[in-house]
Write a protein that binds this ligand. Sequence first.
Ligand code: GDP
Ligand code: MN
Length: 393
Amino acid sequence: MDIHEHQAKEILKGFGVPVPRGIVAYSPEQAAYAARELGGKGPWVVKAQVHSGGRGEAGGVKLCKSDAEVADYAKSLLGTQLVTKQTDANGKGVYRLYVEEASDIAQELYLGFVLDRKTERIMIVASGHGGMEIEDLAHEDPDSLVRSVIDPAVGLREYQARDIGFRLGLDGKQVNQFVTFLQACYRAYRDLDAMMVEINPLVITRQGSLIALDAKMSFDTNALYRRPQVEALRDPSQEDPREAFAADHGLAYVGLDGDIGCIINGAGLAMASMDMIQLAGGQPANFLDIGGGASPERVCQAFRTVLSDKNVSVILVNIFAGINRCDWIAKGVIQAYKEVGIDLPVVVRLSGTNVEEGQKIIRESGLPIISADTLAEAADRAVAAASQKIAAE
Ligand code: GDP
Ligand code: MN
C-alpha cells in the first residue's frame, strides 16, 4: 500500500528525519493560506499529492514566489489528472497539494530502503547522484550506486551507516547527520512494516544540512492488520478502481491495458494463460486469480470485476479444478449471465474435478458460450472472438 508524500514526511519526521516545513491544502485558498502561514519571503514549493513519482517532470511540482502564484498554480492543478512516466495514460487525480518552504539545494543524493528478496533482508541503496529515478540511475550511472544489507539481528549499526556516508563522498560533519538520518529511516521502515522507503532527492542544502526533499513509503498489505495507523492513511482516490473493487471481494486482480478479460484459478495458470493470449496475438486486460474453492457467487463477482473494465471485449474463463469444482464454476458463469448481464463473447475451458458435470451444465444452458478443451484452443478462440468484435464495430 502506498501513501502520499506529506504522510511519509510526517511519519519520517516522527522518527527524527529532517524534512522541510509544509502544510497540506485542498483548495487554492488553503494553498495560499498555507504559504502565508509558513511565513518568510518565499519561495514556496507546491507539490501535487499523487501516488506516483516523476511529478516534477510532469508539471506537478512548482516553485512559487508569492501566495498569489501559489493560489494560481493550485487552481490549475487541483481536480486534474496528473500523467507521469510512472502512471498509465489516465494519470492520477490531484485532490490535495503540499505547500512547503523551499530549500536551497547544493547537492541531490538518492537514498532507498528496499526488501532484498535474495538475502531476505532490508537493503540500503544510495547514490551521490540524486533526483533521477532509480531505474535511470542504475542504467546511466551504475558505479555511483552503493548497496548495503542490514543484519536484522543487530539492526543498522553506526559504523555501517558511516561507511555508506563516506562512500557517497560526504564530509565528516555531513556523515554525522547522515548516520542519524539513516537510522531514523531504518526504524520507520522496520517498526511500521514498510516495503520501501525512498528519499529522492535527499539534499544537502547550501547551509550544509541534510534534508528529505521528497519521501515515498509503501507498506506490506499483509501486515496492515497490526498497523491500523498506517491503514488509516489509505487513499482510495489513488487506487485503480478495478483493483479496489476486486480487493473488496477477495479476488487477486491486476488491471492491464489489453481487451481480453481473464478469469482463471491459480496464479501460475493465470500467468500461463496471459502468455498464451499474447502468443495467439492478443492482449490480456487483466490478471485475475479466483482462488481455490470458488463458489458460484465468487465467480459472479469475478465477472463483475472484469466487466468493470470498459476495454474488455471478450472474457476467457480458464479453470483447472483441483480444490475447485468445474460444476460450481459452470454454475457461476451461468449465474453471471443472469445477474450481471453479459453481452460479450465468453470462452470457457474447464478441466479437472467434475469436468463432465461442468461441461454438461454449460451445454444445456443454451447460452452462447464458446467452449474449448485446451489452453491453446481457449486462447486462440478468445483472440479470434476479440478481433471479430473489433471488426464488427
Ligand atoms: P518527483 O518528481 O515526484 O520525484 O518529486 P520531487 O519531490 O522529487 O521533486 C522534483 C524536483 O523538484 C526535485 O528533484 C527538485 O529538483 C525540485 N524541488 C522540489 N522541492 C524543491 C525545493 O524546495 N527547492 C528547489 N530548488 N527545488 C525543489
Ligand atoms: Mn522525487
